[in-house]
Design a protein around this ligand. Sequence first.
Ligand code: KMH
Ligand code: ZN
Length: 307
Amino acid sequence: MRTIPSGNVIITCAVTGAIHTPTMSSALPVTPDEIANACIEASEAGAAVVHVHVRDPETGEPNHDLDLFDEIAGRVQAETDVIIQPTTGGAPTMSPEERIQVVNRLEPEMCSCNMGSINFGLYPMLDAHDEWEYDWEPEYLDGTTDLIFQNTFEDLSVMLQTMNEYGTVPSLECYDVGHLYNLKHCVEQGWIEPPLHIEFVLGIHGGIGADSKNLTHMKRVADDLFGDDYSFSTIGAGSMEYPLTTQAVSMGGHARVGLEDSLYLARGEWAPSNAALVEKMVSLAWEIAGRTPATTEEVREFLDLKG
Ligand code: KMH
Ligand code: ZN
């Protein structure tokens, strides 16, 4: 595993995502203004990277409107030098062709890249549907319990080569151990060159469970496959957000938090903002591992971003 020379921790804040709905939490940013402000506040709180999805400003429904991405990036860049990492995952209902467009349009220094197909399965969402009022009827609730998030090898080849063409460094989202082997295949095909920056995603239905032993296992497999040629960050979905990110930080890795991944600041306590989630991560990283937040300059140098 590659470690950042300063020993600092790269904190990414995923401010809105495509899973939660505005009726679940009033803190979830929806409009371009709200999303941009959330990014700026997260940066002020210690995040070096902000992971961005966009939503229909009227309904809150996730979309992939490139003008919205552009507008948000412009506002954020006018106030901070935080690294903007647009999603190429979008939502599982969007095609890979649609999702990659943001790279052609924004030519960002970073973006996400999802390393394999998974079946998100709708059981948690169907349960939530009884509990939460939706502002729109999600397309995926249309009579099926399967929701395939498609990322075939052909898709990966196009995605990774497009990122390479624009000098965009991917955060390689691995939802299960098999995705690490997919990544190895992509390296062998020459679609991406190490060093790699991997995001271990634990706790998404259809992927590996949010469990401490699983995080250790993901890292062990990545060590075997990529040796010193990779760094990692971790997402713990839902209530495992802080247990798993603090474990990652104590293993020399990095951390992603934010309302995309969890709506709670602590058990039974709603997060009032993305910034509050970042502040908690900053304080835990210091308490548990004596690590402080990496600056944007350090991250740009470490990940060789084009800036
Ligand atoms: N929603 C997360 C589990 C992406 O946007 O490309 C993973 C993610 C993927 O953030
Ligand atoms: Zn995302």
